[in-house]
Design a protein around this ligand. Structure first.
Ligand SMILES: [Fe+2]
Length: 378
């Protein structure tokens, strides 16, 4: 095996029978002394370093790489730590997990927790958050019939975040509806509010009363469908991960617009992480007319596949249940119900996905799974 080589811009060192390269700026920036020991924030300033920052010497010392820099400073790096970065592993992030995709028969297997259990047991919140990361859905049962019940449940994951509807929304028929949700009509499969620059992350839908005839809930794991599209129609898949599609939501006093990709990819592992799909909030597509020739077939095929019965989980949401789902990953909808057949009221709100992941990292570190299923590297 060759010795360490000092190049103009970085170091080559032997690692597992190959020579591996590390950039000087990256190494200097990530010296263990770069962080404040109590806050874990970086206090080192790479901007102050010389343009020609380089190592004057470097050697392996047991399980460490030792480096002397051009200004005389010495850094030490754990070789296992360097190897993890070289391999592009998930760097100890517990919240980067492989998604478990599901089909239309998922209802009996859907993760379920009782309100009292998650309110009392942080380990159950960790299990609930894990189900949200892995499967994107969970059902909370035995909810109190109160606004406070929903708020306290959400706050286990984070702060309730407002949308342009406010902090919460109520899905029930209105005399002058500004949104199809507030009628008795069917709601086609969609994700909520893609017209917002940061579309809502985790959605809570608390069923307070459901005495209406009809109105079954529809949920689809869009990652399953997007993966199937990638398999069968790779060109369509590529188009939907690249085109920026305009969305718009208006009320009597709001005009909210942004552009989103129909299919989103997870920068951590390249998996399909979610979708932005809402025909009733889609604005006029503004690509060139020639591009419409390729965009529309892709868009239509994906939308048709979303509605395929093999992917569609259909069930009746009952009073006292709260459906919690990843609004970027799970498309949802509703069958029509018979107006006047009985009261129907769902109260909803959102929490950011980042809050969910943060809660999971903290709680899972404190309450590891008994079977040591956590696979993150040290
Ligand atoms: Fe919705």
């Amino acid at each position: 095996m060759s010795d360490i080589v000092l190049l103009k811009t970085g170091i080559e060192l032997p690692m597992n029978a190959e020579m591996v390269y590390f950039n000087y700026f990256w190494l200097r920036d990530n010296c263990a002394t770069s962080w404040d020991s109590s806050t874990q924030e970086r206090t080192f300033d790479i901007l102050d370093e010389a343009d020609d920052l380089h190592a004057t010497s470097a050697w392996i010392n047991g399980a460490s790489l030792e480096v002397i820099w051009s200004d005389g400073y010495q850094s030490r790096y754990n070789l296992h730590w360097l190897e993890r970065w070289h391999k592009g592993e998930n760097h100890g992030d517990l919240a980067v997990r492989a998604r478990k995709t599901w089909y239309g028969d998922h209802y009996p297997n859907m993760a379920r927790f009782s309100y009292d259990d998650v309110m009392a047991n942080p380990a159950s919140v960790a299990d609930w958050a894990e189900a949200m990361l892995d499967e994107g859905v969970a059902l909370i049962q035995d909810m109190p019939n109160s606004n406070e019940g929903l708020k306290t449940l959400c706050e286990l994951f984070g702060t309730v975040r407002p949308s342009f509807s406010g902090y919460t929304f109520d899905v029930q028929s209105k005399a002058n509806p500004e949104n199809l949700a507030y009628t008795s009509k069917a709601l086609e499969l969609h994700t909520d509010l893609p017209a917002e620059e940061l579309a809502p992350g985790i959605q809570f839908l608390h069923c307070r009363v459901n005495d209406a005839e009809g109105g079954n809930s529809l949920f689809v794991d869009a990652t399953t469908v997007a993966n199937a599209l990638k398999q069968s129609y790779p060109k369509y898949f590529k188009i939907l991960t690249e085109y920026e599609v305009p969305y718009r939501y208006t009320t009597h006093y709001q005009d909210v617009r942004t552009k989103q990709r129909i299919i989103e990819l997870d920068p951590n592992n390249g998996e399909v992480s979610g979708i932005n799909f809402s025909q009733h909030l889609a604005d006029v597509f503004d690509f060139s007319q020639r591009e419409m020739d390729t965009f529309y077939p892709a868009f239509r095929k994906f939308g048709q596949m979303l509605q395929d019965a093999q992917y569609l989980m259909t069930f009746r949401l009952n009073a006292g249940e709260c459906m919690v789902f990843d609004n970027h990953r799970i498309a949802h909808g509703r069958a029509s119900f018979i107006k006047g057949s009985g009261a129907r009221h769902l109260r909803g709100c959102y929490v950011d996905r980042g809050d969910l992941r943060s809660v999971y990292r903290v709680l899972r570190a404190s309450y590891p799974k008994a079977e040591a299923e956590v696979t993150a590297p040290l």
